[in-house]
Design a protein around this ligand. Structure first.
Ligand SMILES: NC(=O)c1ccc[n+]([C@@H]2O[C@H](COP(=O)([O-])OP(=O)(O)OC[C@H]3O[C@@H](n4cnc5c(N)ncnc54)[C@H](OP(=O)(O)O)[C@@H]3O)[C@@H](O)[C@H]2O)c1
Length: 311
């Protein structure tokens, strides 16, 4: 697995951070989809920086094993777990209650969990799975965690970070048909959800302007994870080995979210997209379509049953 040239000075500085001077000590960071791939690498990096890390995923056993590894690798014992299936609105709400019970303030919320299935299926709420997990879960979780994010904002600032993809630019803006009846194409379902991540970020940033809660998205690059495990080109073990020689390691891709979560320079920066070098990413033309993002917001509020107006 490779990283590539041009690592930012900030990333290099992060790697030099010592246990004596951890920049995120006292900060509570929640990472979704944290039991593997980019989420686990992000949780490990944030724990190394001294944060109190909450790892969320749906499989209790896998999550517990990942938590132990993150705590061991980072040398930070302040790592806990929350089990929730993000394909269920009820689970998302219950997870928010559990998190708020243990952490009165939340400083960083990384919406990382994602799926890229090859077959159409519906969430337990009857919504196309990719859209439900990749977009509606972050939308609802952000809303449900708003009281603790507000307390995080009052305690040095809070950051909401959503992991999108360069493929957002292939996302079609057709927001209707959330049950994906009729023809369903995996690539379009995924790219639409990643476009929704960017539209959500820009709208959230505008709604939260001046509150001390920032909203940014990140593009990790092309990373060797299990995201494409159902796709023919990633199924055979030998092909996976081939890909892992070409694609980024999860630790390299995770730098994008870690940068957005921790860079002092981003204290008041909101409504942007960053890559793993901390560079601003120019997202697609349609991601800047204000009418589109408002429509997505309205539709998401209706589907999840929340309002999420400016706090
Ligand atoms: N890999 C890339 O090249 C790439 C590029 C751009 C963006 N991204 C984005 O990066 C994020 C992380 O993906 P990854 O590449 O690290 O993939 P991954 O290895 O498949 O990890 C995805 C994570 O999301 C969790 N998840 C999936 N469905 C869930 C649900 N219903 N409830 C709770 N957790 C759920 C998975 O849990 P399980 O283990 O239980 O499935 C896993 O922890 C995604 O948003 C993806 O779109 C990835």
């Amino acid at each position: 697995m490779r990283d590539g040239p041009g690592r930012s000075t900030y990333n290099a500085a992060l790697e030099r951070a010592t246990p004596v001077d951890p920049p995120l000590r006292g900060r509570v960071c929640l990472v979704t989809g944290a039991n593997r791939g980019l989420g686990k690498a992000t949780a490990t990096a944030l724990a190394r920086l001294g944060a109190t890390v909450v790892m969320l995923a749906r499989d209790e056993r896998l999550l517990a094993a990942a938590r132990d590894e993150v705590a061991l690798e980072s040398g930070n014992p302040h790592v806990s777990t929350v089990v929730a299936d993000l394909a269920s609105f009820a689970d998302v709400r219950a997870a928010a209650v559990a998190i708020a019970t243990h952490h009165p303030a939340l400083h960083v919320l990384v919406h990382n969990a994602g799926v890229n299935p090859t077959r159409r299926s519906l969430s337990s709420d009857g919504i196309e799975l990719t859209f439900a997990v990749n977009h509606l879960a972050p939308f609802l979780l952000t809303h449900e965690l708003m009281p603790v994010l507000r307390r995080g904002a009052a305690d040095g600032g809070a950051r909401v970070i959503t992991v999108t993809s360069i493929f957002e630019r292939f996302g079609r803006s057709s927001l209707g048909n959330v049950r994906a009846e009729g023809r369903w194409i995996a690539f379009l379902a995924y790219t639409r959800s990643k476009l929704a991540n960017v539209l959500f970020t820009y709208e959230l940033a505008e709604r939260l302007a001046g509150t001390g809660i920032t909203a940014n998205c990140v593009d990790p690059g092309l990373v060797a994870t299990d995201l494409m495990r159902e796709h023919a080109l990633f199924r055979p073990r030998w092909l996976r080995a081939l890909w892992s020689g070409v694609l980024l390691a999860p630790e390299a891709g995770a730098r994008a979210a870690v940068y957005a979560a921790s860079a002092p320079a981003l204290v008041n920066v909101t409504g942007q997209c960053f890559d793993r070098y901390g560079r601003r990413v120019r997202t697609s033309r349609q991601s800047h379509d204000v009418a589109l993002r408002r429509r997505l917001w309205g539709m998401s509020a209706e589907l999840t049953g929340v309002g999420l107006v400016t706090p």
